[in-house]
Design a protein around this ligand. Structure first.
Ligand SMILES: C[S@@+](CC[C@H](N)C(=O)[O-])C[C@H]1O[C@@H](n2cnc3c(N)ncnc32)[C@H](O)[C@@H]1O
Length: 285
């Protein structure tokens, strides 16, 4: 996908979720225009910025070395455990009432880290492991649901932004790592991984995201987690992008990395691998 068509796709997504005509902050962030984001924010700090915008603004403030503590207090808190089922149900209801999604489609209303969290919690997993932190926004939103969460990011700027968010919000149960997902997954304790849902979401995805360690490490990640954590629930995100183009593997290569005895299913564009435990995919019988 070219740069222009990626932008148009992003515009469509943003407009759909926010109702706004101009995807300014999101687009500026992907273009790495942190100074412009900061000056727009400082020109009108008390505006009713959306929660998503606040996350990007915080990341840009961190990137430009500015204080983030007061902004962090305006960001929506993590989903409370008692509210979680209602959040999942509402997202699924919105998704199902929308036009029929295609095969392996990106959901419009379901947040995929929330969905991965729901799958893990249904299977009784106590921890959450993510590869590809980005701004840390999605991990932050589910941080009250798990005992411990770990994440790795290849981009030093995004790593710094996520740390700024977790520090400013006093989030103590998230461990962040800077580096390549393969080294990260090899170093985690196996018993911790087996008691986790592992959300594989590390790949270059245009703009500020990193391709320092290649475009898409997913096959390597799968081999590592299947060998090291046979009891984990593994959720592989963004399967719609596995087309064999732009350095990504194709679907056959991804599926070919799985043992043929492994129980697996697709939901939206996520591949869900179930270990010893039976995972129940929320919203589907
Ligand atoms: C799709 S984004 C992650 C989104 C995030 N998980 C969320 O739910 O908001 C992919 C991220 O993976 C990072 N990345 C790419 N290759 C990586 C690698 N080999 N190791 C670690 N992170 C990587 C990119 O910099 C980017 O921030």
């Amino acid at each position: 996908m070219g740069r222009l068509s990626r932008k148009l796709r992003n515009y469509g997504w943003y407009r759909h979720l926010t109702g706004r005509q101009e995807p300014e902050i999101y687009t500026l962030f992907f273009d790495g225009a942190h100074e412009r984001i900061v000056s727009r924010f400082l020109a009108d700090p008390d505006r009713d910025w959306s929660n998503v915008d606040l996350h990007f603004i915080l990341a840009s403030l961190a990137e430009t070395g500015q204080d983030v503590s007061s902004l962090a207090r305006r960001i929506a808190p993590p989903i409370a455990p008692g509210d979680f089922q209602a959040v999942v149900d509402a997202q699924l209801a919105a998704e199902m009432s929308d036009e029929q999604p295609g095969i392996l489609s990106q959901p419009r209303f379901v947040h995929k880290s929330v969905y991965a969290a729901a799958i893990g919690l249904k299977a009784g997993k106590r921890h959450f492991i993510e590869t590809g932190t980005f701004t840390g926004q999605s991990l932050y939103s589910i941080s009250a649901l798990f005992g411990h969460l770990s994440t790795v990011e290849a981009s030093p700027d995004l790593y710094k932004a996520a740390n700024a968010l977790f520090e400013a919000t006093n989030t103590k149960n998230i461990t962040t790592r800077l580096g390549d997902t393969r080294e990260f997954l090899k170093a985690l304790p196996a018993d911790y991984m087996n008691d986790a849902v592992i959300f594989l979401d590390a790949h270059f995805s245009s703009g500020v995201t990193s391709r320092l360690y290649g475009e898409c490490p997913q096959i390597d990640e799968l081999k590592i987690v299947i060998e090291r954590a046979p009891g984990a629930i593994v959720v592989v995100d963004d399967m719609r992008t596995m087309t064999g183009k732009n350095g990504y593997p194709d679907l056959y290569q991804v599926l070919g990395a799985l043992p043929n005895t492994m129980r697996a299913q697709f939901s939206f564009d996520q591949l869900i691998l179930m270990g010893k435990d039976r995972a129940v995919v929320p919203g589907f019988p």
